[in-house]
Design a protein around this ligand. Structure first.
Ligand SMILES: Nc1ncnc2c1ncn2[C@@H]1O[C@H](COP(=O)(O)OP(=O)(O)O)[C@@H](O)[C@H]1O
Ligand SMILES: [Mg+2]
Length: 588
């Protein structure tokens, strides 16, 4: 491979314009200047290349050399990623910090995957076995919580000529593959260009919900494994906390956390905090099955722009092993702003709010990489990739381009609400503005647990909707002037809000709510309504209903472990209803 060399003509922030003698290739990585900074060719005009630098460009001078490395930005995939924190171009943050301190010196090129580390490889194939791209040739217990499955790289196929178990580095030859075009060495490491989706054998319809233990999500606005979610919200509405709750409690096997440049100190917080999180599945640390992509260092926007592709590619790699992977991106707005910045420097014609006209296509391309299906390789298993993207619209205005375009490509929308957050109703997911397109998947799953689930859910949502209409009227004429049946609807909505929708991430018990408890809890509220509504209609004053002991009890059930307290509360409803009926001589 011959490298193509050019010289810097102009420097405009992170954008370098360079002239080459022979046209280089768009998308190729380059080394820029005497410092050999890393960059990517984002546009070509004849022999002139526009290069986005992944590092600060101060001090670069026109006339310095530029080298086209002849390869696009790739992810290095293999053992050694799990539990790590890497930046948008996959340099290990921790290693960089150790090398240079928090202010990473430029041109520090370290290999994404550690070349020296040895891994215990256990072969799972034998000579003579026929394999193709995706087939597992062996495993490495990478962390206590994670079995790394070493796969034949996509596109290769043939017969195993040799294979050995033992301790190897990612570059050591662990076997040989006899292909139609000769013998190729097998290694634990492979690479993949981040902007190209990794292939999947057969896409399948989504079938399972991703359970998160968060009631408003699982019960009202669920996401399917392999689905796509947007969580838009203004500053302080709970995007980061929600993503972390899902990371911690969801039943995904692998978590990829992309912090694409939310405020620097916030990212530093994630980096400091995340490794401490307990993994409720294993009792160990969550980080043992998590990869974090975070630009904590002082890297320019292009590294931020790349980070989302890096994260998705790493996610696809684990999906290909046959895992359920969930990616959290916080936030895609920062990624889109990076895109806008780059487009501006390229002097492209801006569309809405200064974003390039291709914003929508780029958002689509990212979300299209989600899904579920049969992974590559002969006779393989299923894998899925779920993507949950936070969106931070300026001023919390959902009509801005990033939010509106994202809406077209996702299946679940968790609309965070500034008013709810202000009233400390968390998660501040607005139940009137949010939606899910995965109800069929979810309903099928829940119905096995509880045949009445769908009816309870619809009735709860109906009550909440009705309450918001009644509230409108109440604002005009005052609550006391409403008929008691309507005031009961308001009471129910309040109970559902406090007792079901509000769920503190920081409460010892309530931080997670298992499915059995979710449906039992939902049903007990519906049961309460169906038991007291006839009383109110028969003339029992709403105040008497409100004062039933069981009302406050119901609202606190969420804080008690298990479903037994709910069953007891259900009995209490009946007893207290009967007492009221007797007192007011209501015949039931
Ligand atoms: N589920 C939750 N339970 C309890 N508190 C929450 C929850 N979600 C958000 N909060 C509160 O809101 C604050 C801001 O949330 P955060 O996720 O940082 O907002 P954003 O990322 O949208 O700016 C948190 O520090 C916390 O106090
Ligand atoms: Mg945040």
């Amino acid at each position: 491979m011959s490298t193509i060399v050019g010289t810097i003509e102009r420097i405009n922030g992170s954008l370098i314009v360079a002239h080459f003698d022979e046209a280089p290739k768009i998308g190729d990585l380059t080394e820029v200047g005497d410092l050999r900074l890393m960059g990517e060719i984002v546009r070509l005009s004849g022999e002139t290349a526009y290069i986005q630098c992944f590092e600060a460009t101060s001090g670069l001078m026109p006339g310095e050399p530029v080298t086209d490395l002849g390869v696009p930005l790739v992810a290095e995939l293999g053992p050694g990623l799990m539990g790590r924190i890497v930046d948008g171009v996959q340099r290990s943050e921790t290693e960089l910090w150790e090398l240079t301190g928090p202010f990473v010196s430029r041109g520090t090129n370290i290999d994404p995957l550690n070349r020296g580390a040895k891994w215990k490889f256990e072969a799972k194939v034998k000579p003579g076995d026929k394999v193709e791209g995706g087939n597992v040739i062996g495993v490495v217990q990478e962390t206590v919580s994670f079995e790394h499955r070493v796969m034949v790289p996509p596109g290769q196929s043939g017969t195993i000529k040799s294979i050995k178990s033992g301790e190897f580095t990612v570059e050591d030859v662990i076997g040989e593959l006899e292909t139609s075009s000769g013998v190729v060495p097998l290694k634990m490491m492979q690479t993949w260009p981040v902007r190209i989706p990794r292939p999947i054998k057969e896409r399948l319809p989504l079938e399972m919900p991703l359970m998160t233990g968060q009631r408003v999500i699982d019960t009202f606005f669920p996401v399917a494994k392999g689905g796509a979610v947007a969580i838009p919200g203004g500053f302080g509405t709970g995007k980061t906390v929600t993503l972390q709750q899902v990371a911690k409690w969801s039943d995904a096997d692998i978590i990829i956390y992309i912090g694409c440049g939310e405020r620097g100190n916030e990212m530093a917080d994630v980096v400091a905090h995340f490794p401490e999180l307990e993994d409720p599945r294993s009792g160990r640390k969550l980080i043992e099955r998590t990869v974090i992509i975070a630009n904590v260092s002082n890297m320019p926007v292009s590294a931020r722009e790349a980070s989302i592709y890096m994260g998705v590619t790493i996610g696809e790699f684990y999906r290909d092993m046959g895992y359920d992977v969930a990616i959290m991106a916080d936030s895609t707005s920062r990624w889109a702003e990076a895109l806008r910045d780059i487009s501006g420097r390229l002097e492209e014609i801006p569309a809405e709010a200064g974003f390039p006209a291709y914003l929508s296509d780029r958002i689509a391309q990212i979300y299209e990489r989600t899904g579920r299906g049969v992974v590559m390789g002969e006779g393989r298993t299923l894998g899925s990739l779920t993507l949950i993207g936070a969106v931070s619209p300026p001023g919390g205005d959902f009509s801005e381009p990033v939010t509106t375009h994202t809406l077209r490509f996702i299946g679940t929308f968790w609309a965070l609400d500034t008013d709810l957050a202000y009233r400390r109703h968390f998660p501040a997911i607005n139940w009137l503005r949010s939606f899910t397109r995965y109800m069929d998947v979810s309903a099928r799953w829940w119905s096995k647990l509880d045949p009445e689930w769908e009816a309870s859910r619809s009735q709860a949502l109906r009550l909440l909707e009705e309450a918001s209409e009644v509230e409108e009227t109440a604002r005009i004429i005052g609550e006391k002037a409403l008929p008691d049946e309507q005031r009961l609807v308001l009471l129910l909505a309040e109970m559902l809000r406090e007792g079901f929708l509000v769920q503190s991430a920081f409460h010892e018990v309530d931080t997670y709510c298992e499915a059995e408890k979710q449906t039992a809890l939902l049903k007990v509220f519906i049961e309460f309504y169906s038991k007291v509504d006839p009383l109110v209609r028969a003339g029992v004053p709403i105040e008497m209903v409100r004062n039933m002991d069981v009302v406050t009890e119901l609202m606190r059930l969420k804080e008690r472990a298990g479903v037994e307290p709910i069953e007891e509360a259900s009995k209490a409803i009946l007893a207290q209803r009967d007492a009221l009926a007797e007192e007011y001589e209501v015949k039931l």
